[in-house]
Write a protein of this length. Structure first.
Length: 401
């Protein structure tokens, strides 16, 4: 007996095969055409999404020092702007193209941002013309900029105090010269006996002395000899400062003596005493100059020649001043002949002094004269001339009697 279930399966298989051999079956209403849907899906998957716009980053400025020393910490200030938040990187590249320092920082917001990065240079990095390279990056977007720097060697420990000492010496010269002239190119020769110099610039000399000693203590080898020369020069300038101040005191004492003479007071003798002091100081400073090898200054020999020339004129005027005081006293005592002789001698010597002061070639500087000094000598000459004339008149009266 044939199994009924098996017959039904066989019949179903025949029906199924027969269905495949017939015309194309249309899907019933509501059914989905699977092949059409699949084709549509493949078409959609082949369509790419549109690309996002690239990020906008711009480095608007890079600021770094032009010159840096080995071992120095270099601050680099960078300003960036854009519509994304970039990471900013700075690197120092030496003369050989090698990166020797680098630093990075992420900005905090979009728009314009300014950041400072610090690059620590090693003490042994090569010297020469180098570069600071800067990058601003966000994802695949990078923009670059750069700045030039020069790396120089670390100065020896003595160099800074040495340079500062020289600067203070130059400042001393400026203050010294300014007493005699307002010109920008004035020198110590522009300050003369009548200018009233009174130790101007002493503070700068004291500072220079301290710095010169510091430089000497730090120096080694041949550099120490140069520091020693600088110390010697500062010591010389301190002596020269004192000499100039003492010399100018002579002129002020001359003025005081003239007032005493016109006030019918006796000669004090202070000019002669000061002259002796200045002469001794001048000799001492001249001796110091003989062994000096200056580092900074010049005109030292010419300055001492100038003061020596002034002292020679002062010596002549002291004798003339003593004569005119004596002449006045003899005139008051009615010894008119002696008064006349003394007054005439004084007038001639004061005249010689005025002539020498007015001669541009008498002593440095050779293109200028000390007008106040010359005028003062001429004032004394006028006083002597007056007594000479009065004494001559009295002598005539006596002779006629």
């Amino acid at each position: 007996m044939i199994d009924r279930r098996r017959i039904l399966i066989s019949a179903g298989g025949i029906v199924a095969i027969a269905g495949c051999t017939g015309g194309e079956q249309q899907p019933e209403e509501g059914e989905t055409n699977n092949s059409t849907q699949s084709a549509g899906s493949d078409s959609e998957s082949n369509t790419s999404e549109p690309d996002e716009p690239a990020a906008n980053i711009e480095i608007t400025s890079v600021s770094a020092p032009e010159t840096v020393e080995q071992g120095e910490l270099v601050d680099v200030t960078v300003t960036v702007t854009g519509d994304v938040i970039p990471t900013v990187t700075a690197e120092a590249v030496d003369v050989n193209g090698e990166t020797i320092a680098e630093d990075s920082i992420e900005t905090e917001d979009v728009g314009e941002q300014t950041v400072t990065l610090s690059l620590g240079l090693g003490a042994q990095v090569p010297t020469g013309n180098s570069t600071i390279r800067v990058r601003a990056t966000n994802g695949t977007t990078t923009t670059e900029s750069s700045a030039d720097i020069e790396i120089v060697r670390i100065p020896p420990d003595w160099q800074d105090p040495f340079e500062e000492a020289k600067t203070n010496i130059e400042q001393f010269f400026s203050k010294y010269a300014a007493v005699g002239s307002e010109s920008d190119d004035a020198t110590i020769l522009d300050t003369s006996i009548s200018d009233g110099y009174s130790n101007e610039g002493s503070g700068n000399l004291q500072t220079a002395e301290d710095l010169a000693w510091e430089a000497f203590s730090e120096a080694e080898g041949g550099a120490r000899q140069r520091m020693d020369r600088l110390r010697d020069e500062v010591a010389f300038l301190m002596e020269l400062r004192d000499l100039q101040s003492q010399t100018c005191t002579i002129f002020s004492l001359f003025e005081t003596e003239l007032e005493r003479f016109r006030g019918d007071q006796p000669l004090s003798g202070e000019v002669d005493s000061q002259y002796q002091t200045v002469s001794d100081t001048h000799q001492q400073v001249s001796n110091t100059l003989e062994g000096l090898d200056p580092v900074v200054g010049a005109d030292y020999e010419a300055k001492l020649d100038q003061i020596e020339g002034e002292l020679e004129i002062v010596d002549l005027m002291i004798n003339a001043m003593s004569a005119v005081f004596s002449s006045r006293n003899f005139f008051n005592e009615e010894f008119y002949g002696t008064a006349f002789d003394r007054a005439q001698s004084a007038r001639r010597d004061f005249g010689l002094a005025a002539r020498d002061i007015g001669d541009e070639g008498t002593y440095p500087p050779n293109d200028a004269i000390d007008t106040p000094f010359r005028d003062h000598a001429e004032m004394w000459q006028a006083e002597a001339s007056e007594i000479e004339n009065k004494s001559s008149g009295r002598q005539t009266e006596d002779d006629s009697q």
